[in-house]
Design a protein around this ligand. Structure first.
Ligand SMILES: Nc1ncnc2c1ncn2[C@@H]1O[C@H](COP(=O)(O)OP(=O)(O)OP(=O)(O)O)[C@@H](O)[C@H]1O
Ligand SMILES: [Mg+2]
Length: 465
C-alpha cells in the first residue's frame, strides 16, 4: 500500500527556527549593492571585498536555481571572516531557501553514523515548495455564546458567522473557545478559520460596526463583510525541507522529534518513498524543489569516508550547494596518512570553487571593532580605539574583539561608561593571545602535563606553528 506522505503545518516550523545572539550577531547580510559590488561598510560587513563578491555571485546562481550539486570552499587564515561571510549569505537568501550550517565535527556523533548525519544535513538543505488547498471558514462574527460547566473545567459554545449571503452556526469545543478568547474575537469581527489546523486569523472589524469606532481605538482596521459562501477553498504555499518530511513521516520519530532535535537514523526505504512522492508532486505541478545551501564549517575535521561520501552525494539529483570553510594549509586528511591542501582530498578539491579570504588591513580592523562596540553597546575613546586596532593587527582580529567586553567590565568597575587605554592594557595582561600563550608554554618547558609527541603535522594558513 502506498504510504501517505504528510508535510506538517507551517506553525510547527516557525517554532523550530530560533535566532541566537553571538560573535556574528552584527552581520545582517553580505553588504553588496545591486550590481553585486561590495559596499565599503554595510550590513555589518567590512572589507574582504573579493570573497564577498564571490559569495554574492554564488548566491545569485542559487536563487536562480542554477547551481545545485556544486561545492565551494572558503580558505583563509583564522578570523578572516569565513564564518561571517557564510552567515551573511544565509541572511541574504531569504526565508524560503533553506540554509543549513554544521561544524564538521558534529558529524562524529554516537547516536548516528557519519553518513547518516551528512545525509540529514544535505536533506535539510533541500526545500520543497508545496502548493496546498485548504478549507477556510471566513465571515463576520454575529455572536459567540459560551456555556461553562459549574466547575469551569469544560466549556461548550456556539459561534454564529455570516457573510452577506448566508449565516451558519458552528459548535465550539474547548480548544476553539480558548483560541477565540486568546485572539480577543468579538461580535462584529471578520475572521478566517483554517479548518485543518484550527488557526484563527482576525482580518479586521466589519464596516457595519464602524459606529463603535470610539470604543475600538484608532488602529482598528475596518473591512467589508465577506460575500458568498462561508466555507471557501484557498491555495496556500509553504516550504519544508526534505529532512522535515523525512522526520514527520518516520513512524518511530513523529514530528515531535523536530522539537527535541533528536531525530535518530531514518530508514533509507522511507527516504526512497519520499523522493518518489516528491517527484510525483513535481510532475503534477503540486510542488517545486528549492535547492538550498549546506555550509560545513571547519571542513578539515571530516575524514576520508565523509569526503568520498560527499563526492558521491554532490552528484545526486537532489543535491544542494555545499559551501565549506577551512583555515588549514597543507594538512593531513583525517583517516589517512596523506597530506593535502586544506586537509581535503584532491578529488574533492577538484570539484570545488575555491575563494580565499585575506588578513585584514588596519582600517578594516578599526571599522570591525567599531561595529562590534555598537553591537555590544560599549563606548571606546579615540585613543583606545587606536590601541585596540593596533592590538588586532599584532594578534588576531578575534582577540581584539574579545577584549572589548573584558575592558568594558574593567571600565565599569571604575564606575565609568567609556573604555580607556588603561582598561585595555589591564585586559591585555589578564588574557593572553595565542602568540603569548605559545611563548609562555615554551618558557614553562616540561611543567605542563602533556608534551608534543611528534612534529607539528598541520600547518595553519597564517604559517604559524
Ligand atoms: N568582513 C567582516 N566584517 C565584519 N565583521 C567581521 C568580518 N570578518 C570577520 N568579522 C568578525 O570577526 C570575527 C572573526 O571572524 P570569523 O569567525 O568569521 O573568522 P573565520 O574566518 O571563520 O575564522 P576561523 O578559521 O578561526 O573559523 C567574528 O566575530 C566575525 O563576525
Ligand atoms: Mg570560522
Amino acid at each position: 500500500m502506498a504510504m501517505q506522505i504528510t508535510t506538517g503545518t507551517s506553525d510547527l516550523r516557525d517554532i523550530t527556527k530560533m535566532e541566537r545572539i553571538g560573535a556574528h550577531s552584527h552581520i545582517h547580510g553580505l553588504g553588496l549593492d545591486d550590481k553585486l559590488e561590495p559596499r565599503a561598510n554595510s550590513q555589518g560587513m567590512v572589507g574582504q571585498g573579493k570573497a564577498r563578491k564571490a559569495a554574492g555571485m554564488i548566491l545569485k546562481m542559487v536563487q536562480e536555481g542554477r547551481i545545485a550539486g556544486r561545492a565551494m570552499l572558503f580558505a583563509g587564515p583564522p578570523s578572516t571572516g569565513k564564518t561571517a561571510i557564510a552567515l551573511g549569505m544565509a541572511q541574504t537568501l531569504g526565508p524560503d531557501v533553506p540554509f543549513t550550517m554544521i561544524a564538521a565535527s558534529e558529524v562524529f556523533s554516537l547516536s548516528m553514523s557519519k553518513t547518516e548525519a551528512l545525509t540529514q544535513a544535505l536533506r535539510r538543505s533541500i526545500g520543497v515548495r508545496i502548493k496546498e488547498e485548504t478549507e477556510l471558514i471566513e465571515g463576520e462574527v454575529v455572536e459567540i455564546q459560551i456555556d461553562r460547566s459549574l466547575t469551569g473545567a469544560t466549556k461548550t459554545g456556539k459561534l454564529t458567522i455570516k457573510t452577506t449571503d448566508m449565516e451558519t452556526i458552528y459548535d465550539l469545543g474547548t480548544k476553539m473557545i480558548d483560541s477565540l478568547s486568546k485572539e480577543k474575537i468579538l461580535a462584529g469581527d471578520v475572521i478566517a478559520i483554517d479548518k485543518t489546523s484550527g488557526k484563527i486569523t482576525k482580518l479586521g472589524r466589519s464596516f457595519a460596526r464602524s459606529r463603535d469606532y470610539d470604543a475600538m481605538g484608532a488602529d482598528t482596521k475596518f473591512v467589508q463583510c465577506p460575500e458568498g459562501e462561508i466555507q471557501k477553498r484557498k491555495e496556500v504555499v509553504h516550504t519544508v525541507s526534505l529532512h522535515e518530511i523525512d522526520v514527520i513521516n518516520s513512524r518511530t520519530q513523529g514530528f515531535l522529534a523536530l522539537f527535541a532535535g533528536d531525530t535518530g537514523e531514518i530508514k533509507p526505504e522511507l527516504r526512497d518513498q519520499i523522493n518518489t512522492k516528491v517527484a510525483e508532486w513535481r510532475e503534477e505541478g503540486k510542488a517545486d524543489i528549492v535547492p538550498g545551501v549546506l555550509f560545513i564549517d571547519e571542513v578539515h575535521m571530516l575524514d576520508i569516508e565523509c569526503f568520498s561520501f560527499l563526492n558521491r552525494a554532490l552528484e545526486n539529483e537532489l543535491a544542494p550547494l555545499v559551501i565549506m570553510a577551512s583555515n588549514r594549509g597543507m594538512s593531513r586528511i583525517r583517516g589517512t596518512k596523506f597530506r593535502s591542501p586544506h586537509g581535503l582530498p584532491v578529488d574533492l578539491l577538484d570539484r570545488v570553487l575555491i575563494v580565499s579570504t585575506k588578513p585584514y588591513l588596519e582600517d578594516d580592523v578599526r571599522q570591525i571593532i567599531q561595529i562590534r562596540c555598537q553591537e555590544e553597546d560599549v563606548t571606546l575613546d579615540d585613543e583606545s580605539l587606536n590601541v585596540l586596532t593596533a592590538m588586532g593587527m599584532q594578534t588576531t582580529l578575534r582577540y581584539a574583539l574579545n577584549l572589548i567586553s573584558c575592558a568594558h567590565v574593567l571600565a565599569r568597575k571604575r564606575k565609568s561608561d567609556t573604555v580607556k587605554v588603561e582598561d585595555l592594557r589591564r585586559s591585555y595582561t589578564y588574557f593572553m593571545d595565542d602568540k603569548r600563550s605559545v611563548q609562555w608554554l615554551k618558557e614553562q618547558q616540561g611543567a605542563l602535563v602533556f608534551e608534543e609527541i611528534e612534529g607539528n603535522e598541520d600547518v595553519p594558513m597564517d604559517g604559524s606553528t
